[in-house]
Ligand binder design. Structure first.
Ligand code: PMT
Length: 221
């Protein structure tokens, strides 16, 4: 067995964006690069865990020794994450930037331009993080919250609403941090405490976050 603070633990991480198709050539997505989630997967592996990474479409190399399960849409992300959790999971970390809505229908052929204006009907996507946290056998569950205003309040609300053990608030309004950059700055909240990490590289933040998860996991088990 590999040594480290997460030795013998099974960790499932979601990373990257999702793509919600409109027609065969177009989709709705966001600027997530997957860097934060991939850094966490590497750090969890280095801490001794067995790691499954449910990854939206990104251009990163898979971290060494990590089982990567590629997905495209939010619905795929839910299906693959639940399958991975079913295989055994002690810690679930949701770093993915999942599209909250998808086009109501995906056209079979490329949509042609005709009118001056057009509107899209969107429907809600399933929430992977809330679904995992709501399981009777829920693992230690860590969410991320990308916010631009009132970061602490929205993050702690989200932790309570989604029944999370920990939430990582990411202020994505600061330039050079958050989406698609190599650096980040976060505040981690758990019931009864908080810790600021960074600004620093996503690697360094991932290492500290994994150590923090290890400490809390020990306290709750
Ligand atoms: O990928 P990078 O370029 O490295 O950027 C990293 C990041 C900024 C994307 C990441 O650090 C981050 O903040 N991820 C969460 C982004 C987000 O969209 O958060 P949210 O507030 O919409 O969602 C809250 C939580 O619920 C997240 O853990 C999210 O993964 C999860 N969620 C949300 C919606 C949904 N349908 N399913 C989910 O699982």
């Amino acid at each position: 067995e590999r040594r480290g603070p997460l030795s013998g633990k099974r960790v499932v991480i979601t990373a990257g964006p999702t793509r919600e198709p409109l027609d065969p050539v177009r989709y709705i997505s966001n600027h997530s690069s997957g860097k934060m989630g991939y850094a966490l997967a590497g750090a969890a592996r280095a801490a001794g865990a067995t790691v499954t990474l449910v990854s939206g479409p990104v251009t990163l190399a898979p971290p060494l020794g990590v089982d990567v399960r590629p997905v495209m849409t939010a619905q795929d992300m839910l299906t693959e994450s639940m399958a991975a959790v079913d295989e055994g999971c002690d810690v679930f970390i949701a770093t993915a930037a999942v599209a909250d809505y998808r086009p109501e229908t995906c056209a079979g052929d490329k949509i042609k331009k005709s009118t001056e204006a057009m509107s899209l009907a969107l429907v809600r996507n399933p929430d992977t993080l809330a679904t995992v946290a709501g399981r009777a056998d829920a693992p230690f569950t860590v969410g991320f919250a990308a916010e631009t205003t009132d970061v602490a309040r929205y993050a702690t609300d989200k932790m309570a609403r989604k029944k999370l053990d920990m939430i990582v608030a990411n202020d994505v309004s600061a330039p050079g941090l958050g989406f698609n950059s190599d650096n980040n700055a976060v505040t981690v909240f758990w019931p009864g405490g908080q810790e600021q990490i960074g600004p620093d590289s996503k690697q360094t933040i991932a290492t500290r976050l994994v150590a923090l998860i290890g400490e809390h996991l020990e306290a709750t088990s």
